[in-house]
Design a protein around this ligand. Sequence first.
Ligand code: OAD
Length: 240
Amino acid sequence: MDGARDALRRASRIAVLTGAGISAESGIPTFRGPGGIWRTYKAENLATPEAFARNPELVWEWYDWRRSVIAGVEPNAGHKALAELERKMESKAREFTLITQNVDGLHTRAGSRKVLKVHGEIWTLRCTECGREREDTSPRLKQVPPLCECGAMERPGVVWFGEGLPPKVWMCAQKAAIESDILLVVGTSAVVHPVAGLAAAAKSRGAVVVEVNVAETPVTAGADYSLRGPAGALLPELFA
Ligand code: OAD
């Protein structure tokens, strides 16, 4: 902990990558591991373009349920510590980039201002025909599947398995990771590519890699510091 904390204090460019684990203490189930969503539901039936083409009602019902779960929780101490770190870094004219795979919007609700959402956001709806995007933060949609102004069906504004990441957002995320002095990897199993490759890419360009996770992951062996425990407890301590 001390070594990682000192390295963070010295860094002029910090990048942070978060995954579902940071929202676990808010009460949102992770995807893998004990109680993980993919242990109950099959990703190929719910989170692929093919699943949506086959049964948009089912996919939308599942996303609508997830929206209601997320709307009922609050950002936790881990989200808040990252928002606070962003403010601290900016007041010292240092660079801070938060990259998240989470679609829950909790970083924004915790006060983080710049968030690179590489897997999109559950509150965004995108038209399957005209591509128009809109935000709807109501816990349950009035109509499922929802329709665009143009009359066509909308889809969740998230990235599904088999789809590319939003190019600009992904470019910014890669740049921030490889140019960082420190990449902090929090609460991700680091198995879903291309995001999972960010830690190795940053490391190969000289970044110090710090992992915060309750369990070992593929990042652990190559990390300079691997802190074992819940993000909500460790992050405030790490940034103190
Ligand atoms: P996962 O569910 O795969 O991994 C969650 C990670 O968080 C695991 O490594 C846990 O050990 C860790 N964890 C759990 N509780 C924690 C806590 N309180 N503090 C710190 N760590 C904790 O979630 P992601 O890695 O985010 O993509 O998954 C990546 C992508 O796979 C998701 O964005 C989603 C999913 O399928 C798509 O749907 C395309």
